[in-house]
Design a binder for this molecule. Sequence first.
Ligand code: ZN
Length: 220
Amino acid sequence: MTVWSAERKAVLEAAQRMSEKGFVVGTAGNISMRLKKSGGSELMAITPTSRYYDTIGVDDIAVVDFDGNRVEGEFSPSVETMLHLGVYKARKKVNAVIHSHPVLSSAFAVAGMEIPPIIEDQVTYLGGGIKVAEYALSGSQELVKNALAALGPRNAVILANHGAVCVGKDMREAFTNLEMLEKTAKIYLWVLSIGKLTPIPAEALDAMSAYFSYVHGDSE
Ligand SMILES: [Zn+2]
């Protein structure tokens, strides 16, 4: 019998959708969900490393403890396991994390340019401007530190010369945030090519930011 089957299925389906929608190429990217055990301890379900998402099943989604040790699954968990765990330790309301390589967001990752808060749904879904985490090698502890610093309380961050991390209270929200990030990057690219940007009025930006903090903030 597969343990945590519903959660591992959600991880697998999101990974397949991420691949089908072109948010990654090949075996790139990784997706996880927080698992809450009765008694309060926590585990994480995460995609295995270096496997095509259309060739794996629910049993192949790894389950690890919060130190990164594998407790379920035949394959090694993603190389970014510590990045995902870092997010869950820092952000108590986050229960799903998607690391992908979306093309337009990655253009800003290469340019090293933040995306300012330019459009309403970006602010209410993602929490405002999207920062670029300082470069660090894939799988390194430095990447975990840099990504968390740039993510802050928001729901998306761009990783320099690499890709993006999007988070949510559940898998659907995390996936929506990935789509929202890529949509925002697309709009900003067009705005830069048009050559004119009208900012969101400050009062409206404050009100939407306050709404985001109310919904997503860690204070109860
Ligand atoms: Zn990556």
